[in-house]
Write a protein of this length. Sequence first.
Length: 370
Amino acid sequence: MGFDFFGTKRKKEKLFLVLDIGTEAVKILVCRKDNSKVAVLGAATQYFERYGVFNGKIFEVNVIKKSVLKAIEQVQSQGQNLKKLPVLLTMGPNILKARVSLQSFRQDEGLKTKISKTQEKAIFQQVLKKAQEEIYQRFSKESGILSKDIEMISLRILEMKINGYPVSKLQGYIGKDLEIRVLATFLLKHYLESIKRIFADLELKIFKMVHLAESLPFMSGDGVFFDVGGEISQFFLVKRGNLEQINEIKVGGKAFSEKLSDVLGIDEESARILKERYASKLLSREVRQRIRKILLLEKRVWQQDLELKIGRISSSNIQLFGGASLLPEIQELLSGAKVVYPKDFKNIKDETKSLKSPQYIPCLLTCYYG
């Protein structure tokens, strides 16, 4: 299995940062894009000093800033100069959210005349406006957060159909019934202000905020993709090369760490390290069996949420990544899933020799987007 993303027509070498603010940790990659290749020159991961950094509307600016600063220092100790490099920022789905909206549009004169460039532009404006309004209303109903407190980051057309037939553009076609699928990324306004403040204090410039959904469809064709994060796991359904569905399960690897911490009476960091050693099969058979018994309840909770949000998965191509994707409990629930590793990316070279875990896949996908 290998993922070949890039075309061959590239001219300039570019340096940039990928910064991933997750629910448990901050990850940084220093990247160089040269023609059709990307090289990772530096990498660092820094876990937050305590959990609960994103509880409700609380956004622990100082905790996040400190973790970002420590990760930067780690990368600088590797000989990397980060001054003035553009930053591609990606964040966990508890902060930066994505939704897909399908908009239907009917033209009264659609069966008689071809769509002009001016008409196409007007249709796009109307569709994107309706998609934004629909997504705001849906999210407000889900969360209880008012639309005025939400900031739209991007609206992108994923797919267009005229009378049921896919088209790459509207201009020049004749048709009455239009269907346009839109991807929206957004976050709360007070989160955005906090993020801006953090980056201003660190003298870093955000080039673009990127949601995993924006680069995921290019990964490996159609299928079901799971990003098992710290507090939230994301589900993506891609059909015919188009992103059709995004959903979230509010259980991730952190729940398994917390269970170990409670039962064994150890601190959260020790529990996380034990969980990682268990997932990587570095413990004795007896210890693994004991941990499996402890985590049985959390496995059932994850299964219940999975069935409630997604139901039965029929795809034969299920791909799994993220920090907790190596847990046997997750892999058993997603029978037949393939775990994606950094080495599977043919056009991304890890010069640090340190990117071994599936937890870096969102960062590497953001590299691609860059």
